[in-house]
Design a protein around this ligand. Structure first.
Ligand code: SF4
Ligand code: SF4
Length: 70
């Protein structure tokens, strides 16, 4: 059986300015700011809507295709 591929958000951490915009726009609470330093996306919660990627003022969230088990 072929693995299933889903779209997920990924943060380029060293470009993140920890502004919190991604966390505010995420409808699934998948994005959080780790210790006020950079954003982290919980892949299990992320539904790949790309709202965070479009809203990020630093352009540091990319959408990637990732294999998932189900
Ligand atoms: S919106 Fe962009 S710069 Fe702001 S916390 Fe999220 S990833 Fe970092
Ligand atoms: S792609 Fe959508 S669900 Fe995933 S972290 Fe960004 S705003 Fe949240």
């Amino acid at each position: 059986m072929l693995p299933k591929v889903k779209r997920k958000a990924e943060v380029v951490k060293n470009h993140c300015v920890a502004c919190g915009v991604c966390a505010n726009v995420c409808p699934k609470d998948a994005s959080t700011i780790y210790r006020g330093i950079y954003a982290v996306v919980n892949e299990e919660l992320c539904v790949g809507c790309s709202k965070c990627s479009k809203a990020c003022p630093a352009g540091t969230i990319r959408m990637i295709e990732r294999e998932v088990s189900q």
